[in-house]
Design a protein around this ligand. Sequence first.
Ligand code: UD1
Length: 420
Amino acid sequence: MSKLIIRGGNDLTGSVKINGAKNSAVAVIAAAILCRGTTILENVPQISDVKILLNIMKKLGIAIEWVEKDAVSITADDDIDSSAIYQEVSSLRASNLLLGSLLGRTGKAAVALPGGCDLGERPMDLHIKGFTQLGAVCGTVESRYIQAEAQNGLKGAVIYLDFPSVGATENIMMAAAVAEGQTVIENVAKEPEIVDLANFLNGAGAKVRGAGTDIIRVEGVKELKGRRHSIIPDRIEAGTFMSVAAVTGSRLRLENVISAHLKPVIAKMRETGTEIRCAGSNMYVTGPKRLKAVSIQTLAHPGFPTDMQPQMMAMATLAKGTSVIVENIFEKRMKAAAELTKMGADIAIDGKTAIVKGVERLHGATVRAHDLRAGAALVAAALAAEGETVIENLNIIDRGYWQIAEKLTDIGGDVRRIDE
Ligand code: UD1
């Protein structure tokens, strides 16, 4: 297991280039399966979630080639396999997005039940409901994999999502893109990554309207054609570096940022006393001498993103006053709390609420990254703490952050990576 060793307290300064969005990349990569010919995706981060997904697709018979450090070419011929039911598939949450694309391209799909970060119950019922309404026979087999088959082809339908699930919206949108007739998906997720996927699909010949609003309308087309597409910047990586600047009282310039995607994060960070200035695709973030306490609750976009909740918790540990953090999206997403407590934080958890009483300083400790964003929170806290912090289970951070140690070292962090 790899680990990150961070000696806190350094003044950080300089620029960080934000990579393409993990959550957008995995969806668009899966959607490339729907396209005839070659798709070239730019601004793709070489994080392990992306590499694992590409590897699974290679095993399905899809040609994958990195054409540049951050650009990948994907060619899915007609004779691709539609079954991915082995262990590697379930190590990744995003593998569930293969269901919609394989179903759309081949009329059937079998994909191992997805894993990924353990954030509590992560059911697939909305995905299954959507595929079923599009005319597929769909269900979970032996609690191991989901199988879907549309023997008579996919047919447009009106689908209402009980919750605006990101994955279900993406999966249904992909299948509907090549279904016969019109599909209307109501109460959909509105995240920027949904819009990026819709833009990709439309560039490939799909007719998807309304992405970014509550209702998406899809006029099915016969086929999609591979194209070139650039993945949007990662708003969560940007938010993580914003939290790093904020908690260490540093000034950082973030490049390749779409500030409109970060509105709820910017608003809450400003409440903490962090100065944020946006200029084109650059963002300048300056942390105050001492942060102010702030209360947040996570919600579906455009509410405060659950993927930034642990990093805000790290900030709250050092803020003046008491912060209240409510996690509404995932039931087990407070795992950073116990680790931050080992560093001297004062956090009480009551169900989905964390009460964080700010302390004046954190100290180094040996802590564990239990999930991706909890790991990111520990990195931010460690940079602000006194002494040395060892963050174990670095592999989980590698799932979503490309070259994190290098990026932090470049801005003056005392950060070492140990790969064992
Ligand atoms: C995506 C993101 C993840 C982010 C999350 C919420 C990717 C690859 N991952 O995950 O980083 O934290 O959105 O913004 O894009 N739910 C159901 N039934 C379903 C599907 C979901 O009840 O069929 C529930 C989940 O249990 C959860 C909530 O809906 O409570 C949100 O999940 P969802 O939006 O689907 O998250 P993911 O797509 O898995």
